[in-house]
Design a protein around this ligand. Structure first.
Ligand code: OAD
Length: 265
């Protein structure tokens, strides 16, 4: 680990641009379930019954109930040391783009904590979201999109969130299986990944495309990959530095090191 940690720090300190790519593992220590590992959501729930447009068309009440439950879990969680360290790093350095597959808001809240401590605005640390947001909705009929944080009452279809413009049913503004990713977000993420000298991957299995291909954009343009994850990922063979461990432990050790190596490891 310590060889890889030193190599990773060196790669990051020499990079003019860095792309940080995160997945569910970045939020695991905050108490948000991942999808595929032990305790992962897809071990207990069926994606085809909860996270597809067909499932929503068949039974919006059940789908909303599930997203309401996930919202409730995240609302009760706090950003962990990895979210805060990433926020602090992005606010202190130029040239870092954060791309996340996560639908929670913990990167934003981690950056807000870091910004408050530094007395600066958190705007620069805003992530590009590839899979949408648990706390946003969009209309099933018109172009309306909005932030929406209220608890979900899924007692019946009438109590579900409805559009203020056209009164149609609202849906979670997340990407479901079989749906395209938001075009602008994907284009910006791929462009930033190609410009990056290093892609720092934190807590994703790399199982879901096209999001997973962000990493290949950096590699294809001649950049390097650093992987932080306690389990195996699709990127292990491509990593120049492989840091086996939990994000909340490894990310601060990687990013908070002062000039000349900082904390001993
Ligand atoms: P996965 O559940 O597939 O992978 C989570 C990764 O986090 C695994 O590699 C774990 O080893 C790792 N992990 C677990 N605990 C960790 C910790 N404390 N620190 C760091 N890493 C840890 O989740 P994603 O890769 O995010 O998409 O899944 C990708 C997409 O699949 C999600 O965005 C979601 C899902 O279906 C949609 O819903 C469209």
């Amino acid at each position: 680990m310590s060889d890889d940690l030193a190599r990773a720090r060196e790669l990051l300190s020499g990079a003019a641009r860095v792309l940080v790519f995160t997945g569910a593992g970045a939020s695991a220590e905050s108490g948000v379930p991942t999808f595929r590992g032990p305790g992962g959501l897809w071990r207990s729930f069926r994606a085809d019954q909860l996270a597809t447009p067909q499932a929503f068309a068949r039974d919006p009440r059940v789908v909303w109930e599930w997203y309401g439950w996930r919202r409730w879990i995240v609302a009760g969680c706090r950003p962990n040391l990895a979210h805060v360290a990433l926020g602090r790093w992005m606010l202190a350095r130029e040239g870092i783009t954060l791309v996340t597959q996560n639908v929670d808001d913990l990167h934003e809240r981690g950056a807000l904590e870091a910004a408050a401590a530094l007395g600066v605005s958190a705007a620069r640390a805003a992530p590009i979201r590839l899979h949408g947001s648990l706390f946003h909705v969009r209309c099933t009929a018109c172009a309306e999109r909005a932030e929406h944080r209220d608890p979900i009452d899924a007692a019946g279809e009438a109590t579900l969130p409805h559009c203020q413009s056209c009164a149609s049913l609202l849906r979670p503004d997340v990407v479901w299986f079989g749906e395209p990713l938001p075009e602008d977000a994907l284009r910006s993420a791929f462009a930033a990944a190609r410009e990056a000298a290093v892609c720092l991957v934190v807590g994703t299995s790399g199982a879901v495309h096209p999001a997973a291909a962000v990493v290949h954009q950096t590699l294809g343009a001649g950049g390097s990959v650093i992987v932080v994850d306690p389990g195996e990922t699709a990127y292990d063979d491509m990593a120049t530095a492989r840091l086996w461990g939990a994000a909340g432990d490894v990310v601060p050790r990687l990013l908070d090191a002062g000039p000349g190596g900082g904390r001993g490891d």
